[in-house]
Ligand binder design. Structure first.
Ligand code: SAH
Length: 293
């Protein structure tokens, strides 16, 4: 959905600072954003904040992202960013959905990159709002690299990744002393659609695995894990829309994973957690709505 792709709408008016001193400071001090320091744009060139929106509800926004949103003059947002969060940007801010959901492509990455540069060159504070944490399966480096190559200053703000939100919402640990000594965030999806899971990441029974963008590959993932020696009784959680009031979750075992994914319509954003730590999840082993209290 394109809220405004004419780019001819006015930038945010009253109360919104254009290239305010604080952004100049951010470029100088950078909070670790060294690439932004290397390629400072002039105030006329605007500034891009690559901000994490968290997995859904506004409760999981960081204060940093909230402040960035409130001073946004152009907002390029992912499909998974909720309406609640979009409403926090000034009303007259240009808002463009550049997201995609799974295979449902809306805006190619190149176009998003070009839009960021084009809007920044109009002197705007552009907020590129990304679901979860921009640094986790967020293509953030491609976007930073593009901005660097075009001399546009930028900084990145962390967000709550979906796995952290799910763990808190359904009360399970991602690591657990003596049982789950590491956690790996991974995807069963590669650029060409094939599955590529290395033994080291799937065979260790003390490693929690959290799969992003992978529910369509549940059968392959199950086969690969069983083949690598994981037990069919390994605990699994499926969580859809983590961090949101309408989240749902399911606790099962590796044995039942593909059948469960197929039998139940898991078509929202879904995480699969596989490993002993997920045995602690406070959810029934039937489908359950999130406890929102
Ligand atoms: N940067 C994001 C991940 C983007 S990749 C983050 O840090 O969370 C997109 C994938 O993330 C989705 O296919 C899904 O597997 C997962 N995801 C994103 N939001 C989610 C949510 N609210 N609940 C469950 N999974 C989610």
């Amino acid at each position: 959905m394109l809220h405004d792709d004419s780019l001819s709408s006015p930038a945010c008016g009253g109360g919104v600072e254009q290239a305010s001193p604080s952004w100049g400071e951010a470029r100088r001090d950078g909070g670790g954003a060294t690439s932004a320091i290397q390629s400072p744009s002039t105030p006329e060139q605007g500034f891009v904040t690559l901000a994490g929106a968290g997995p859904g509800d506004a409760d999981l926004l960081t204060l940093g992202t909230l402040k960035a949103l409130q001073s946004a003059q152009a907002l390029l947002y992912d499909a998974l960013v909720s309406e609640d969060i979009l409403a926090l940007a000034p009303q007259r801010c240009i808002k463009i959905c550049v997201g995609k959901r799974g295979d449902r492509l809306s805006v190619p990455q190149e176009k998003t990159n070009a839009l960021m540069v084009r809007l920044a060159r109009r002197g705007l504070h552009v907020v590129r709002l990304k679901g979860g944490d921009p640094s986790v399966f967020g293509r953030v480096e491609e976007e930073r690299d593009h901005l660097d190559r075009h001399g546009i200053a930028h900084k990145t703000l962390a967000g709550v990744t979906a796995a952290s939100a799910a763990a808190a919402q359904f009360s399970f640990p991602l690591t657990h002393r003596g049982e789950a000594r590491s956690v790996t965030f991974l995807t069963g999806r590669t650029k060409d659609g094939s599955i590529d899971l290395r033994d080291a990441s799937v065979a260790d029974p003390e490693m929690s695995l959290v799969f992003y963008m992978s529910s369509h590959n549940a059968q392959h993932i199950q086969a690969r894990l069983l083949g690598a020696g994981r037990s069919p009784a390994t605990p699994v959680v499926l969580i859809e829309n983590a961090g949101r009031a309408h989240a749902r979750a399911r606790k099962l075992t590796l044995r039942d994973l593909p059948a469960t994914v197929v039998a139940e319509a898991w078509d929202g954003p879904v995480l699969m957690g596989i490993g002993d730590a997920f045995a602690y999840a406070r959810m029934a082993d039937t489908m359950l709505a999130a406890r929102t209290a």
